[in-house]
Design a protein around this ligand. Structure first.
Ligand code: ADP
Ligand code: MG
Length: 240
Protein backbone atom coordinates (compact mmCIF):
# COMPACT_ATOMS: atom_id res chain seq x y z
CA UNK A 1 0.00 0.00 0.00
CA UNK A 2 2.89 2.34 0.80
CA UNK A 3 6.38 2.04 -0.58
CA UNK A 4 9.17 4.41 0.38
CA UNK A 5 12.53 4.13 -1.32
CA UNK A 6 15.56 6.07 -0.08
CA UNK A 7 13.42 8.98 1.08
CA UNK A 8 15.27 12.11 2.15
CA UNK A 9 13.83 15.34 3.50
CA UNK A 10 15.73 18.52 4.19
CA UNK A 11 14.57 21.78 5.70
CA UNK A 12 17.16 24.21 4.37
CA UNK A 13 20.50 22.77 5.45
CA UNK A 14 18.95 20.50 8.05
CA UNK A 15 18.42 16.95 6.86
CA UNK A 16 15.72 15.36 9.03
CA UNK A 17 14.92 12.22 6.99
CA UNK A 18 18.14 10.55 5.97
CA UNK A 19 17.29 7.76 3.59
CA UNK A 20 14.28 5.71 4.64
CA UNK A 21 13.16 2.52 2.94
CA UNK A 22 9.85 1.26 4.19
CA UNK A 23 7.14 -0.93 2.69
CA UNK A 24 3.73 -1.18 4.30
CA UNK A 25 1.33 -3.89 3.14
CA UNK A 26 -2.40 -3.42 2.74
CA UNK A 27 -4.09 -4.09 6.07
CA UNK A 28 -0.88 -3.77 8.02
CA UNK A 29 -0.74 -1.70 11.21
CA UNK A 30 2.65 -0.11 11.75
CA UNK A 31 3.63 1.84 14.85
CA UNK A 32 6.38 4.39 14.52
CA UNK A 33 8.21 5.19 17.73
CA UNK A 34 11.25 7.27 18.58
CA UNK A 35 12.42 10.32 20.52
CA UNK A 36 11.15 13.79 19.88
CA UNK A 37 12.89 15.29 16.85
CA UNK A 38 13.74 11.93 15.26
CA UNK A 39 11.61 12.74 12.20
CA UNK A 40 8.40 10.78 12.84
CA UNK A 41 5.98 13.59 12.04
CA UNK A 42 7.95 14.66 9.01
CA UNK A 43 7.87 11.11 7.68
CA UNK A 44 4.07 10.94 8.05
CA UNK A 45 3.65 14.38 6.51
CA UNK A 46 5.70 13.29 3.50
CA UNK A 47 3.36 10.36 2.85
CA UNK A 48 0.41 12.63 2.13
CA UNK A 49 2.42 15.43 0.60
CA UNK A 50 2.04 17.90 3.47
CA UNK A 51 5.82 18.02 3.06
CA UNK A 52 7.56 17.51 -0.24
CA UNK A 53 10.45 15.06 -0.13
CA UNK A 54 13.90 16.23 -1.18
CA UNK A 55 14.77 12.97 -2.93
CA UNK A 56 13.73 9.35 -3.13
CA UNK A 57 10.43 7.79 -4.01
CA UNK A 58 7.04 7.36 -2.34
CA UNK A 59 4.35 5.21 -3.92
CA UNK A 60 0.88 4.97 -2.39
CA UNK A 61 -1.51 2.34 -3.71
CA UNK A 62 0.57 2.06 -6.91
CA UNK A 63 0.50 5.82 -7.52
CA UNK A 64 3.82 7.65 -7.39
CA UNK A 65 3.85 10.81 -5.32
CA UNK A 66 5.38 13.11 -7.92
CA UNK A 67 4.62 16.54 -9.26
CA UNK A 68 1.49 15.54 -11.16
CA UNK A 69 -1.47 17.36 -9.64
CA UNK A 70 -3.80 14.44 -10.36
CA UNK A 71 -1.54 12.02 -8.50
CA UNK A 72 -1.22 14.32 -5.52
CA UNK A 73 -4.98 14.86 -5.36
CA UNK A 74 -5.57 11.12 -5.61
CA UNK A 75 -3.13 10.32 -2.82
CA UNK A 76 -4.52 13.05 -0.58
CA UNK A 77 -7.96 11.50 -0.95
CA UNK A 78 -6.73 8.00 -0.19
CA UNK A 79 -4.69 8.95 2.85
CA UNK A 80 -6.48 10.16 5.98
CA UNK A 81 -4.61 11.89 8.74
CA UNK A 82 -5.32 12.44 12.42
CA UNK A 83 -3.17 14.96 14.29
CA UNK A 84 -2.20 15.41 17.90
CA UNK A 85 -4.25 18.62 18.07
CA UNK A 86 -7.54 17.32 16.58
CA UNK A 87 -7.83 20.35 14.22
CA UNK A 88 -11.62 20.28 14.01
CA UNK A 89 -13.29 23.27 12.35
CA UNK A 90 -14.52 25.31 15.35
CA UNK A 91 -17.38 27.04 13.52
CA UNK A 92 -18.93 23.76 12.33
CA UNK A 93 -20.96 21.21 14.23
CA UNK A 94 -19.67 17.70 14.67
CA UNK A 95 -21.82 16.50 11.78
CA UNK A 96 -20.66 19.34 9.52
CA UNK A 97 -17.04 18.64 10.39
CA UNK A 98 -17.48 15.08 9.18
CA UNK A 99 -19.55 15.78 6.08
CA UNK A 100 -17.93 18.91 4.63
CA UNK A 101 -15.13 17.21 2.69
CA UNK A 102 -17.12 14.24 1.33
CA UNK A 103 -19.77 16.67 0.07
CA UNK A 104 -17.51 19.40 -1.30
CA UNK A 105 -14.37 17.49 -2.26
CA UNK A 106 -15.79 14.10 -3.26
CA UNK A 107 -19.05 15.70 -4.51
CA UNK A 108 -21.10 12.95 -2.94
CA UNK A 109 -24.82 13.44 -2.23
CA UNK A 110 -25.45 15.24 1.05
CA UNK A 111 -28.09 12.84 2.36
CA UNK A 112 -25.98 9.75 1.77
CA UNK A 113 -22.93 11.40 3.33
CA UNK A 114 -24.93 12.44 6.40
CA UNK A 115 -26.26 8.93 6.87
CA UNK A 116 -22.77 7.53 6.67
CA UNK A 117 -21.54 10.21 9.10
CA UNK A 118 -24.11 9.12 11.66
CA UNK A 119 -22.90 5.54 11.31
CA UNK A 120 -19.33 6.71 11.82
CA UNK A 121 -20.39 8.68 14.89
CA UNK A 122 -21.97 5.52 16.26
CA UNK A 123 -18.72 3.69 15.64
CA UNK A 124 -16.78 6.24 17.69
CA UNK A 125 -19.52 6.38 20.33
CA UNK A 126 -20.65 9.96 19.76
CA UNK A 127 -23.94 9.75 17.94
CA UNK A 128 -25.64 12.04 20.44
CA UNK A 129 -23.07 14.81 19.86
CA UNK A 130 -23.72 15.34 16.17
CA UNK A 131 -25.21 18.82 16.54
CA UNK A 132 -22.69 20.08 19.10
CA UNK A 133 -19.78 22.38 18.36
CA UNK A 134 -16.26 21.09 19.05
CA UNK A 135 -15.63 23.43 21.98
CA UNK A 136 -18.38 21.68 23.94
CA UNK A 137 -16.58 18.33 23.65
CA UNK A 138 -13.76 16.89 25.73
CA UNK A 139 -10.39 16.35 24.07
CA UNK A 140 -11.06 12.64 23.77
CA UNK A 141 -14.42 13.27 22.14
CA UNK A 142 -12.90 15.80 19.74
CA UNK A 143 -10.23 13.32 18.74
CA UNK A 144 -12.86 10.65 18.12
CA UNK A 145 -14.72 13.11 15.87
CA UNK A 146 -11.45 13.79 14.05
CA UNK A 147 -11.07 10.05 13.42
CA UNK A 148 -14.66 9.82 12.13
CA UNK A 149 -13.99 12.83 9.89
CA UNK A 150 -10.94 11.18 8.38
CA UNK A 151 -12.82 7.90 7.86
CA UNK A 152 -15.67 9.73 6.11
CA UNK A 153 -13.35 10.26 3.15
CA UNK A 154 -13.17 6.46 2.81
CA UNK A 155 -9.38 6.45 2.89
CA UNK A 156 -7.29 3.42 2.10
CA UNK A 157 -4.62 4.45 4.59
CA UNK A 158 -4.88 6.22 7.93
CA UNK A 159 -1.97 8.10 9.45
CA UNK A 160 -2.09 8.99 13.13
CA UNK A 161 0.46 11.43 14.56
CA UNK A 162 0.55 11.00 18.32
CA UNK A 163 -3.24 10.98 18.50
CA UNK A 164 -3.37 10.75 22.29
CA UNK A 165 -0.43 12.95 23.29
CA UNK A 166 -2.53 16.07 23.88
CA UNK A 167 -5.09 14.26 26.02
CA UNK A 168 -5.51 14.06 29.77
CA UNK A 169 -4.54 10.53 30.84
CA UNK A 170 -8.10 9.48 31.63
CA UNK A 171 -9.15 10.22 28.02
CA UNK A 172 -6.39 8.28 26.29
CA UNK A 173 -8.11 4.90 26.54
CA UNK A 174 -11.31 5.85 24.71
CA UNK A 175 -9.33 7.14 21.74
CA UNK A 176 -7.00 4.14 21.60
CA UNK A 177 -10.04 1.88 21.70
CA UNK A 178 -11.46 3.57 18.59
CA UNK A 179 -8.11 3.33 16.80
CA UNK A 180 -7.93 -0.34 17.71
CA UNK A 181 -11.40 -0.88 16.27
CA UNK A 182 -10.37 0.76 12.98
CA UNK A 183 -7.28 -1.46 12.91
CA UNK A 184 -9.35 -4.58 13.48
CA UNK A 185 -11.54 -3.69 10.53
CA UNK A 186 -8.50 -4.11 8.31
CA UNK A 187 -7.42 -0.52 7.66
CA UNK A 188 -3.82 0.07 6.65
CA UNK A 189 -2.45 2.32 9.35
CA UNK A 190 0.68 4.11 10.43
CA UNK A 191 0.48 5.23 14.04
CA UNK A 192 3.13 7.42 15.64
CA UNK A 193 2.71 6.86 19.34
CA UNK A 194 4.35 6.84 22.74
CA UNK A 195 1.84 4.28 23.98
CA UNK A 196 4.03 1.20 24.02
CA UNK A 197 1.31 -1.13 25.25
CA UNK A 198 -0.90 -0.04 22.39
CA UNK A 199 1.94 -0.63 19.94
CA UNK A 200 2.59 -4.05 21.42
CA UNK A 201 -1.04 -5.14 21.29
CA UNK A 202 -2.35 -3.51 18.11
CA UNK A 203 0.58 -3.01 15.74
CA UNK A 204 1.81 -5.77 13.47
CA UNK A 205 5.15 -4.07 13.17
CA UNK A 206 7.08 -1.43 15.05
CA UNK A 207 9.48 0.95 13.36
CA UNK A 208 11.92 2.72 15.67
CA UNK A 209 13.31 5.95 14.26
CA UNK A 210 16.42 7.68 15.51
CA UNK A 211 17.97 10.76 14.00
CA UNK A 212 16.08 10.56 10.69
CA UNK A 213 16.72 6.88 10.08
CA UNK A 214 15.02 3.58 10.80
CA UNK A 215 17.23 2.28 13.57
CA UNK A 216 15.35 -0.98 14.16
CA UNK A 217 12.10 -2.55 13.06
CA UNK A 218 10.28 -5.81 13.33
CA UNK A 219 7.29 -7.65 14.75
CA UNK A 220 5.88 -5.43 17.50
CA UNK A 221 6.05 -7.93 20.34
CA UNK A 222 9.62 -8.98 19.48
CA UNK A 223 11.06 -5.53 18.94
CA UNK A 224 9.51 -4.08 22.10
CA UNK A 225 10.26 -7.02 24.34
CA UNK A 226 13.66 -7.88 22.97
CA UNK A 227 15.18 -4.76 21.39
CA UNK A 228 18.54 -5.26 19.73
CA UNK A 229 19.91 -1.79 19.14
CA UNK A 230 21.43 0.12 22.02
CA UNK A 231 19.40 3.21 21.07
CA UNK A 232 16.11 1.36 21.23
CA UNK A 233 17.04 -0.26 24.52
CA UNK A 234 17.78 3.18 25.91
CA UNK A 235 14.56 4.63 24.46
CA UNK A 236 12.51 1.89 26.07
CA UNK A 237 14.29 2.43 29.37
CA UNK A 238 16.12 -0.89 29.46
CA UNK A 239 19.40 -0.79 31.32
CA UNK A 240 22.14 -2.31 29.25
P1 ADP B 1 9.26 14.06 15.63
O1 ADP B 1 7.88 14.03 15.11
O2 ADP B 1 9.93 12.73 15.65
O3 ADP B 1 9.36 14.73 16.98
P2 ADP B 1 9.72 15.97 13.54
O4 ADP B 1 9.52 15.27 12.27
O5 ADP B 1 8.64 16.86 14.04
O6 ADP B 1 10.16 14.94 14.66
O7 ADP B 1 11.01 16.87 13.43
C1 ADP B 1 12.26 16.36 12.98
C2 ADP B 1 13.24 17.53 12.85
O8 ADP B 1 12.82 18.36 11.79
C3 ADP B 1 13.32 18.43 14.08
O9 ADP B 1 14.66 18.81 14.24
C4 ADP B 1 12.47 19.60 13.71
O10 ADP B 1 12.89 20.77 14.37
C5 ADP B 1 12.68 19.70 12.22
N1 ADP B 1 11.53 20.29 11.49
C6 ADP B 1 10.29 19.78 11.43
N2 ADP B 1 9.49 20.54 10.67
C7 ADP B 1 10.26 21.57 10.24
C8 ADP B 1 10.01 22.71 9.42
N3 ADP B 1 8.82 22.92 8.86
N4 ADP B 1 11.04 23.56 9.20
C9 ADP B 1 12.25 23.33 9.75
N5 ADP B 1 12.55 22.28 10.53
C10 ADP B 1 11.57 21.41 10.78
MG1 MG C 1 6.08 14.57 15.94
Amino acid sequence: MIEMVDVHKQFGDLEVIKGIDLTIQAGEVVSVIGSSGSGKSTLLRCINNLEKITSGKIIVDKIPLNDHKANIAHIKREVGMVFQQFNLFPHMTVLENITVAPIHVLKRPKKEVEEEAVKLLKKVGLEEKKNDYPKKLSGGQQQRVAIARALAMRPKVMLFDEPTSALDPELVGEVLQVIRKVAEEGMTMVVVTHEMNFAKEVADRVVFMANGRVEEQGIAKEVLVNPKSEKLRAFLGYSS
